[in-house]
Design a protein around this ligand. Structure first.
Ligand code: API
Length: 280
C-alpha cells in the first residue's frame, strides 16, 4: 500500500490516498504503521478520501488507533498533498472532517510548492474547569500547578476535538509526562482530551508543549495551539493574534473578533513516499 510521510512542524503522520479505496481495519492499521520500530513511524495515519460535501475528506487516526475529529497540522499537509499531487489546482480547498468542513488557503511559492497553509479552524467552544488532581510534579511549575495534591486550573476548549489548557511558568519544565496522561484520561472528559502546557512569553507569544490524546507528547499540535491561544485570550493574557512556539516550530494563530473563527497558519512538509506491506 503506497503512503506519503509528511509533517507539520514535527507532528508527523502517514498519509494514505484513499480516493479509490479505503483499507480495512483502520484502527489496527494506524497502530501498526505508527510504530516507530516495526512500522513506518508516526503520530498516526491520515486518509485523503473523496467527499460529497467538500473538495476532499480527511480522516485521522491516532497512534493508539483511536479516530480523532480534527487535526490542524494534518489539514495543512493534506492541503499540500492534494495540490502537489495534482488532485486539485485550486488554492482554496474545502476539507470535510468529523468536526465540520474546514477551508484551507494554500500559499504556493514561485515554483508552485506549497510553503504554508492557512486553515479556518472554525469557532471554539470553551469552558473554565478546576480539576482536583493528585500527582507529584517537579518543583519548577507555576503556583497554578501545585506540587502535591490540589486543584489544577484548566481552561477546556474544543476545536472540534477536546483540549485542556494549563498555564505554567515554564513549558520546558512542565510536568508533561506526569500530568499529561493523568489528565488525558480524567473523568471530566467524556472521550479523553489533549492536554496543553502553556507559558505566556508576552502578549503576542506563547510557548507550548502538548500531551496528545492517543499519541502522547508530540512535537506540535495545531488544534492545541489554537486552543492555547483561545484560553490565553479568555484569561486576558494575550492579544487575539499570536505566535505559538512548539517543540517542532512555530504557528501563527488568530482568533478573529469579527467572525469568532480561529485561523492557523503554518508549514507542511513532505518527507518521503513509500510502500507498506500490512502485517495482518
Ligand atoms: N490527538 C488529537 C488528534 C490530532 C490533533 C493534532 N495532531 C493537531 O495537529 O491538531 C485528538 O485525538 O483529538
Amino acid at each position: 500500500m503506497p503512503f506519503t510521510k509528511m509533517h507539520g512542524i514535527g507532528n508527523d503522520y502517514i498519509y494514505i490516498d484513499c480516493m479509490e479505496r479505503v483499507p480495512e481495519n483502520l484502527p489496527q492499521l494506524a497502530i501498526e504503521m505508527s510504530d516507530r520500530h516495526t512500522g513506518v513511524g508516526g503520530d498516526g495515519i491520515i486518509l485523503i478520501c473523496p467527499s460529497e460535501c467538500a473538495d476532499f475528506k480527511m480522516r485521522i487516526f491516532n497512534a493508539d488507533g483511536s479516530e480523532a475529529r480534527m487535526c490542524g497540522n494534518g489539514s495543512r499537509c493534506v492541503g499540500r498533498y492534494v495540490y502537489e499531487s495534482r488532485l486539485t489546482d485550486k488554492t482554496t480547498v474545502t476539507l470535510e472532517t468529523l468536526s465540520g468542513i474546514k477551508t484551507l488557503r494554500l500559499h504556493p511559492d514561485r515554483q508552485g510548492n506549497i510553503t504554508s497553509v492557512t486553515v479556518d479552524m472554525g469557532i471554539p467552544v470553551t469552558a473554565p474547569v478546576e480539576v482536583p488532581v493528585r500527582f507529584n510534579a517537579p518543583r519548577m511549575v507555576s503556583e497554578n500547578v501545585p506540587t502535591s495534591q490540589g486543584p489544577v486550573k484548566i481552561t477546556a476548549v474544543s476545536m472540534g476535538n477536546p483540549h485542556g489548557v494549563i498555564l505554567v511558568d515554564s513549558a520546558d519544565n512542565a510536568p508533561v509526562e506526569i500530568l499529561g496522561p493523568e489528565l488525558e484520561h480524567h473523568v471530566i472528559w467524556p472521550d479523553r482530551a489533549n492536554i496543553e502546557f502553556v507559558e505566556v512569553v508576552n502578549t503576542t507569544e506563547l510557548r507550548m508543549r502538548v500531551w496528545e490524546r492517543g499519541s502522547g507528547e508530540t512535537m506540535a499540535c495545531g488544534t492545541g495551539a489554537c486552543a492555547s491561544l483561545v484560553a490565553c485570550v479568555l484569561n486576558r493574557l494575550t492579544e487575539r493574534h499570536a505566535i505559538i512556539h512548539l517543540l517542532g516550530g512555530d504557528l501563527e494563530i488568530e482568533w478573529n473578533p469579527d467572525d469568532s473563527h480561529v485561523y492557523m497558519t503554518g508549514p507542511a512538509e513532505t518527507v518521503f513516499n513509500g510502500t507498506y506491506r500490512r502485517l495482518l
